[in-house]
Design a protein around this ligand. Structure first.
Ligand code: FAD
Length: 400
């Protein structure tokens, strides 16, 4: 494993920096900096996607034949790092990083030809219909009924925690098509349009006061069988393949930026007495420990990257990256709340609206600290909780 840049890599990094300097407008940068979870506001993430699409840089992880960049693993890493450093809006992962790899592997030629270009251009906005009330960690117990009726399935039931379902025009979804035998053997993977009659989306407001997740109700919803991905009753295999991509991803670059911001807060002189938090040994120790975790994360990602360069998929390593990445994210969030003390507590939703002229209470960098802390509590739950990831690692990596 070589962590040094070659001359070509350094030239690529300079090219990326020049591109970001030119294309990242102040509005996009503001939208990026006000992002308090995985998701940037739809308007801004699509605006950024359009710019990347025009450049041909929207999907670094896709094969070139479908519109990928053909970058080396190191180039992809440089790209992710530079985007984190510059504070770009986040692209929604649902289409680009989750649904697309599944379509590439399991979709029919017609499905690939129709959906993949639309995902690349940002013409469709996807949501994920996996979890149900009562079926989260134990996903195979899901009960949304899909009964065969001619060329359609007829769906009844509900999905919950469906992120951005209120923005999405399409959902990839797991449904039950068989009720006897092992629960895993009666699941089917479907694609559906959110404006199909019988679908109702109800908001769930998070602890941070934001509308990001929903419950989605299905009442006699007809979905053409042509929208099925993979064979009937065999959606579990498709679903698990998708989860490898949901759980993987690069954390280290974003963590390093979060740590840098935290250090800046800790190094600032405090109003009143001119002391600095960084000079308090107890805080300093926690900061140093977190920095070691971020470094370890970076090295681990490079190791996984070396394996991906050999053509492998993330596999169970994605469970390890997810667990450590989300735990380190939460450690940084906790320290940021501690560092901002009183100011972290203010509810400042209005001041956080992009373009808002409402002045923040306390330092401007404090605007997102508390919502990030609250939203990221969910990072160790969604995509399969960290306890479940530990179970996967015990079984598939350690062979216990
Ligand atoms: C903000 C947010 C966004 C989400 N977005 C989506 C989305 O877009 N689409 C979607 O389909 N889902 C989404 N989810 C749902 C998410 O995937 C589930 O919340 C998650 O899988 C956990 O399921 P659960 O909430 O039913 O908790 P439960 O499964 O009831 O788990 C409760 C607790 O028990 C523990 N536990 C359960 N089983 C085991 C076990 N076998 N071993 C050890 N510990 C165990 C869990 O770790 C957890 O701590 C989202 C969730 C959140 C919070």
């Amino acid at each position: 494993m070589d962590l040094n840049f070659t001359r070509e890599d350094a030239a690529f990094r300079d090219e990326v920096r020049a591109f970001l300097d030119e294309k990242l407008t102040p509005e996009l940068k503001e939208a990026g900096s006000l992002t308090t979870s995985v998701f940037t506001d739809k308007k801004w993430n699509l605006a950024w996607q359009k710019i990347l699409y025009e450049k041909g840089w929207v999907a670094p992880n896709w094969p070139v034949e479908y519109g990928g960049t053909g970058w080396t693993e190191m180039q992809k890493y440089i790209w992710a790092s530079e985007c984190a450093r510059a504070g770009t809006p986040h692209l929604s992962p649902m289409g680009l990083r989750m649904c697309a790899p599944v379509l590439m592997k399991y979709g029919t030629p017609e499905q690939k030809a129709f959906y993949l270009p639309r995902i690349l251009k940002g013409e469709d906005y996807w949501c994920q219909g996996y979890s149900e009330p009562g079926s989260g960690s134990d996903l195979a117990s899901l009960q949304l009924r899909a009964v065969s009726d001619g060329d359609d399935y007829v769906l009844n039931g509900s999905k919950i925690w469906t992120t951005h379902a209120h923005f999405a025009n399409r959902m990839f979804c797991l449904v039950r098509t068989k009720w006897d035998g092992k629960p895993q053997e009666g699941i089917t993977f479907l694609l559906l349009e959110m404006n199909t009659p019988g679908i109702k989306v109800e908001p769930i407001i998070t602890l941070a006061g934001e509308h990001e997740v929903n419950q989605v109700f299905f009442d006699e919803v007809r979905v053409p069988k042509a929208n099925r991905v993979g064979p009937e009753h065999e959606g579990w295999t498709v679903a698990k393949y998708l989860l490898e991509f949901e759980r993987g991803g690069a954390y280290a670059a974003g963590l390093a930026v979060g740590l840098e911001k935290l250090r800046a807060i800790a190094m600032a002189e405090r109003a009143g007495d001119g002391t600095r938090l960084i000079d308090e040994p107890a805080f300093r120790r926690k900061l140093d420990e977190t920095e070691i975790s971020v470094k370890a994360m970076e090295i681990t990602e490079h190791r996984v990257m070396a394996e991906l360069a050999g053509g492998k998929n993330p596999g169970p390593a994605s469970s390890m990256l997810k667990t450590r990445g989300t735990e380190t994210t939460q450690a940084i969030d906790e320290l940021a709340v501690e560092a901002l003390a009183y100011y972290a507590n203010a509810d400042q939703r209005a001041a956080r609206e992009p373009g808002s002229n409402i002045a923040p209470i306390g330092p401007a960098h404090g605007l997102t600290v508390m919502p990030r802390y609250l939203n990221n509590r969910a990072a160790s739950i969604y995509g399969g909780s960290n306890e479940i990831q530990r179970g996967i690692m015990a079984k598939l990596v350690l062979g216990l």
